[in-house]
Design a protein around this ligand. Structure first.
Ligand code: 7TS
Length: 407
């Protein structure tokens, strides 16, 4: 097979020990979690081997080193997102950040009759926290009507937006379909009626430049582990005026100012939201993931993913017995099924060839129901995939289609 435009491709497989240790592996499940480059793993080791003590507590030199390394990540994140350091809340991941906003901002600002807008394209961690708050507060959860291909459009958003809208909570990039939400225009319109906008950026930050000032979003959450960083760590951006006014939702060590018998006072944001011993090594190593992305640049990352996606899609549409749900190439995700075959059955055939894909509802049952199916197969391309991976994947799809024809 001839490879188009090979020049645009990055050659980074050797940066990833999992790929070095498993040379036949075709890893197409980066939407679930990305593999980690050596520089991130080395930084985790550095923490444990050179200064592995707690942060924000000790008054000895090692504690100072750990705290400096830990807070440096906040500085790197702030620059990366184009916001202030005090607007960067360290979390356990996207789910944790999205829940924090609902539990704190949502519980204190929603009232009976208010409306929250979301969509059927959401990951459960984006919409369920608001389903819960709406129920408790008597607010109404409204859904943007998706277009015929399952996208969120500005036109459809305008139809549900009203003066009753208090919160808009939407995904930036869908983890099932790979669609990019026209979030900047949606934010502008939401602000016209005084609503705040919460962006689920779990699938966007790994693949595209996200500038929170340019977007003008009020909150934005993502996980480190989907963008080469460690598991158990993430970031919630919040405009300081909101973070300052919000109540903490978890209480304990480190987040307090003064504690009395019947009441207590808190540190300023973002620290009042960060209680207990944090995932220190993970926080420290996350800045290396950001530096790794910046050393490559989003332009090259996107060109690489686009080349692989276009190449794969061109072949995939020719195969009989394959249903593709997202025909356009917007990000590195292909949502498909072997027609008439349960995705879990199909994925075991891929696994026999060391091809890792995700099968099922992808924690996004509303879009799976909207697609009127029981689940999908999902292939996600990232910077460590190459044209050989595409070929192995295409061959496996072809062979599976043949195999299932006999069923
Ligand atoms: N939002 C989106 C759009 C996601 O894709 C995910 C995880 C989350 C939120 C939650 O992130 P977490 O790090 O807190 O779990 N998505 C997936 C996925 O598509 N396959 O496995 C996890």
């Amino acid at each position: 097979m001839s490879y188009p435009d090979k020049k645009v491709l990055l050659d980074v497989k050797n940066d990833f020990p999992v790929l070095v240790n498993n040379p036949n592996l075709v890893y197409l499940d980066s939407g679930a979690t990305s593999l980690k480059p050596k520089c991130v793993i080395d930084k985790l080791d550095e923490y444990y081997e050179k200064y592995g003590v707690n942060v924000n507590r000790g008054v000895y030199k090692l504690s100072y080193t750990a705290t400096t390394e830990y807070e440096e990540t906040r500085t790197v994140c702030a620059k990366f997102l184009n916001c202030k350091e005090r607007e960067v809340v360290f979390t356990k991941g996207a789910s944790n950040g999205l829940n924090l906003v609902a539990q704190s901002y949502g519980m204190d600002n929603l009232n009976e009759g208010d409306e929250v807008i979301s969509s059927e394209l959401e990951h459960h961690s984006c919409v369920l926290p608001w389903q819960n708050v709406c129920k408790i507060k008597g607010a109404k959860l409204k859904y943007v009507e998706l277009d015929s291909e399952g996208r969120i459009t500005v036109e459809a958003f305008k139809k549900v937006l009203s003066n009753k809208t208090k919160v808009v909570v939407l995904t930036h990039v869908s983890n099932v379909m790979g669609y990019i939400t026209p979030i900047k225009e949606i934010i502008r319109l939401a602000h016209e009626v005084g609503a705040v906008v919460v962006v689920d950026a779990a699938q966007s930050v790994p693949h595209m430049k996200v500038d929170v000032k340019d977007l003008d979003c009020d909150f934005l959450a993502f996980s480190a582990h989907k963008m080469f960083g460690p598991t158990g760590f993430g970031v919630l951006f919040g405009k300081f005026k909101y973070l300052k006014a919000m109540r903490p939702v978890e209480f304990g060590g480190d987040m307090i100012d003064e504690v009395y018998k019947n009441e207590s006072t808190w540190k300023d944001a973002p620290f009042k939201f960060e209680t207990g011993t944090p995932p220190i090594a993970e926080a420290i190593a996350f800045k290396e993931a950001i530096r790794y992305i910046e050393s490559i640049g989003y332009e090259k990352i996107q060109a690489h993913e686009k080349a692989l996606m276009e190449y794969t899609m061109r072949e995939l549409v020719k195969i009989d017995g394959v249903t593709i749900y997202n025909k356009s190439v917007e990000t590195g995700i292909i949502a498909f099924n072997m027609t008439g075959v349960h995705p879990h059955d199909a994925s075991t055939l891929f696994d026999e060839r060391d091809i890792c894909l995700r099968a099922g509802h992808h924690c996004a049952q509303l879009i799976i129901k909207w697609l009127d199916t029981i689940g999908t197969l999902r292939a996600c391309f990232y910077i460590y995939n190459d044209f050989e991976d595409c070929d192995k994947f295409i061959e496996a799809v072809k062979d599976s289609a043949e195999y299932f024809k006999e069923w």
